[in-house]
Design a protein around this ligand. Structure first.
Ligand code: FAD
Length: 386
């Protein structure tokens, strides 16, 4: 049986990027993915907030992100549908503009406020009577699955192996990882990188490892091609979801089965893709179950009612409710690196703003593992929480 240098579990954005970057530095890599429909990457907006750094570290990484995105179409040989567009962060009628502005103060390049008339000139679909105005900035965006397909194609061209099956367990002998078990067979490797999004928690728990990684349930409506254009990426200017993600649940709360940790947050927003389909979102629920905690019809009705105010033309467009899980950490930095108690077992997950961060961080992480230790990567390892 072949012993791979590395097995990567999970082919969302994180797993696709790290498996490609490791192949590029000469490692033999097996990428295992279960092909589930509800990955965070599959239903993402694909927005690249390269302007949104709040510290020296995140500003440097976000800027490196947009540079890497500009290189990737040629390097991977695919059109990732990278484009620049306006981001509009709407302030609903009656909401305080100052409160929203304060939340952008920490950003090195904060979005600027424009009144309702100007916001509607930027995005004619907006309802001027429903908003005070919007904060706006130039943003970037890719088609999430085109980017993953590009990483996968280039990975295979470098000799990487891609296996469509569920990893059912991590194999170890005493305190050292030796491979991965799937339903069909076992695969041997010197190192295993778990990049399975929220499902990473299950795989790690099964070998007795707990990590400070959390997830929310996200709900959106995925539409059929629209017969009108939405030019911008639109989201509300509230920071309710970031508040939710930086909330610190008591460990006991997070361990409770089927438990709502915080009340849900609904952010009425939309992004349209080049094929004219759109994703209308988004509800985030901080709930410990892995299965959706609500009926599809309940989530869909709530999203349609919320979007009707800022973007009335979207209220009744044909579309389907979708659900997925999105991981995060409490300090908004990813959770990378070797798992302390098991040699050769690594995690690559928990990215906030992954479309900006994953491409440059995956490149650095591959170099960190194959050549020399990288001080930027060291700041994102699991060790920071120990
Ligand atoms: C509505 C919405 C909008 C978003 N907008 C943005 C945005 O504009 N910008 C941004 O940066 N981020 C955005 N995000 C967040 C982002 O899309 C996700 O956080 C990110 O794509 C997660 O990538 P991942 O690879 O870590 O996890 P995932 O995409 O969840 O991938 C995990 C993979 O692991 C596989 N897997 C799981 N268990 C197993 C197993 N046992 N064996 C094998 N494979 C397994 C799954 O099938 C999946 O393919 C958004 C998310 C949502 C839901």
């Amino acid at each position: 049986m072949q012993t791979y240098d590395t097995i990567v579990i999970g082919n969302g954005l994180a797993g696709a990027a790290i498996s490609y970057e490791l192949s590029k530095v000469g490692q033999s890599v097996l990428l295992i993915d279960d092909g589930r429909a509800d990955s965070g990457t599959r239903y993402s907006y694909g927005g690249i907030g390269y302007w949104a750094g709040t510290t020296e570290l995140t500003e440097m990484l976000f800027r490196a992100g947009i540079v890497r995105h500009r290189e990737l179409p040629d390097e991977l040989g695919v059109d990732t549908q990278l484009r620049e567009l306006d981001l509009l962060l709407t302030v609903a009628k009656g909401e305080a503009i100052a409160a929203a502005k304060e939340s952008y103060c920490a950003m090195r390049t904060p979005p600027q406020f424009v009144d309702a008339k100007t916001a509607c000139e930027i995005e004619p679909q907006l309802n001027p009577t429903a908003i005070e105005g919007a904060f706006t900035i130039r943003h970037a965006q890719v088609d999430p699955m085109s980017l993953v397909a590009g990483y996968n194609k280039a990975f295979r061209q470098l000799g990487g192996h891609h296996n469509l099956s569920a990893a059912t367990g991590i194999v170890r002998v005493e305190d050292t990882v030796t491979g991965v078990m799937t339903q069909a067979q076992a695969y041997a490797a010197k190192k295993v990188i778990v990049a399975a999004g929220a499902y990473s928690l299950q795989l790690l728990r099964a070998v007795g490892v707990q990590v400070p990684l959390y997830f929310t349930h996200a709900e959106i409506i995925e539409t059929a091609p629209l017969d009108f254009e939405v030019r911008s990426l639109i989201m509300p200017a509230t920071n309710a979801r970031t508040d939710l993600e930086s909330a610190s649940p008591e460990p006991a709360e997070w361990q409770k089965p089927n438990h709502q940790v915080m009340p849900p947050v609904l952010e009425a927003g939309v992004i349209q893709f080049q094929d004219k389909t759109a994703r209308i979102g988004q509800i985030s629920r901080f709930h410990t179950a892995l299965m959706p905690p609500v009926e599809a019809s309940v989530g869909e009705r709530a999203i349609r009612e919320a979007i009707a105010h800022p973007l009335p033309n979207l209220k009744d467009v044909p579309g389907t409710w979708r659900h997925c899980l999105v991981t995060f950490t409490q300090d908004n930095l990813p959770l990378l690196g070797s798992v302390p108690s098991i040699k050769g077992l690594h995690l690559f997950s928990g990215f906030t703003g992954p479309f900006a961060l994953v491409p440059p961080v995956a490149q650095r992480y591959a170099q960190h593992l194959s050549e020399s230790s990288d001080e930027i990567i060291e700041q994102m390892t699991i060790a920071r929480f120990l």
